[in-house]
Ligand binder design. Structure first.
Ligand SMILES: NC(=O)C1=CN([C@@H]2O[C@H](COP(=O)(O)OP(=O)(O)OC[C@H]3O[C@@H](n4cnc5c(N)ncnc54)[C@H](OP(=O)(O)O)[C@@H]3O)[C@@H](O)[C@H]2O)C=CC1
Ligand SMILES: Nc1nc(=O)c2c([nH]1)NC[C@@H]1CN(c3ccc(C(=O)N[C@@H](CCC(=O)O)C(=O)O)cc3)C=[N+]21
Length: 279
């Protein structure tokens, strides 16, 4: 029987554990989400983060800046949050309006408060095997692999996608866990062939059902990071779920897989950043 990795339930349990740890502190870890403009998808995510954080006992707020905010104004806002002792975690919601360079905003966040783990300092630490803040989505995927009791050392892991925010850090975490890691992308010569070798298959592409059932090795663990909004409003992953299900040992659904774990790991990172910074 294929194990369906219920990210919603696992994230709920993790948030409960975090709430218990937060309740034992003498302060509320502070999280600020900075949102610029009106990207429609961001509205839902930002509200979900805010609700999860508040429920778990964090001091959470959203700083919503208008679409016309200049890059310089955003950097000033970030500098103020860096200097605020009550703020432990800062997340600049992506995408940003086109007139703002995302890499400038990301690099402006104090690495000690960078709960997205996107700052080059944290990315460099991860690539060097040093402790630092780790991006939430790959971190959530690692929790799900633990839930699947994946035997990582020596396993062949294939990560499809090489973005700064998902694919690359995912590959680094699997490498740190002693997997043999392949990173595939849009220029990969034989994507189906690469996927078929995977004991652990991570899809982070952003193309609905690109990965077909017969690309999945019998007994593989499949983590589908993709979140694709279809014209009918429903969400689909990057993996053809119904086809892959009978072949996989374990698989994540979309929705209800990696997405909720991302939010739980944001809280996990914020708690860790708070404890590290406040001692
Ligand atoms: N569950 C969650 O919490 C989150 C989900 N997501 C979702 O994950 C998906 C990926 O996000 P993100 O990493 O930001 O996306 P990006 O668009 O930044 O990266 C996509 C990657 O997929 C590769 N790719 C695109 N088309 C193909 C193809 N036909 N064959 C092989 N590789 C391909 C690209 O290759 P190349 O580099 O060559 O262009 C690129 O490396 C999206 O659906 C996004 O919505 C994202 C963040 C969080
Ligand atoms: N600075 C920054 N950090 C991010 O981590 C970040 C970001 N910007 N921009 C957008 C992406 C996307 N992302 C998701 C988070 C939760 C769900 C999630 O909870 N998904 C639910 C369903 C949500 C729904 O129904 O729309 C699920 O998959 O079950 C999805 C996607 C974080 N991102």
């Amino acid at each position: 029987m294929t194990q369906i990795l219920d990210g919603k339930a696992i994230a709920e349990r993790l948030r409960g554990q975090l709430a218990t740890r937060v309740a034992a502190l003498s302060f509320k870890p502070g999280l600020v989400v900075v949102r610029v403009g009106e990207d429609p998808a961001s509205g839902v995510y930002v509200r979900n983060k805010d609700r999860a954080a508040t429920q778990a006992g964090f001091a959470s707020r959203t700083r919503h800046l208008p679409e016309e905010t200049t890059e310089a104004q955003l950097l000033e806002e970030i500098a103020a949050l860096n200097a605020d002792p009550e703020v432990d975690g800062i997340l600049v919601q992506l995408p940003l309006p086109k007139h703002i360079r995302a890499e400038k905003a990301i690099a402006a966040v104090d690495p000690a408060k960078d709960v997205d783990g996107f700052h080059p300092i944290n990315a460099g630490k991860l690539a060097s095997g040093l402790p630092g803040l780790v991006p939430c989505t790959p971190r959530g995927a690692m929790h799900l692999l633990a839930e699947a009791k994946a035997k990582l050392p020596g396993a062949r892991a294939v990560v499809v996608g090489r973005s700064q925010i998902v694919g690359r850090p995912m590959a680094q975490l699997l490498l740190a866990a002693d997997c043999t890691v392949t990173i595939a992308h849009s220029r990969t010569a034989d994507l189906a062939g690469e996927c078929r070798r995977a004991d652990i298959l991570i899809a982070a592409v952003g193309r609905p059902e690109l990965i077909r059932g017969d690309w999945v090795r019998e007994g593989a663990i499949v983590i589908d990071v993709g979140i694709n909004r279809m014209p009918d409003g429903k969400l689909k992953g990057d993996v053809a779920y119904a086809e892959a299900l009978p072949r996989a040992a374990a698989i994540t659904p979309v929705p209800g897989g990696v997405g909720p774990m991302t939010i739980a790991c944001l809280l996990e990172n914020t708690l860790e950043a708070a404890i590290a910074r406040r001692g």
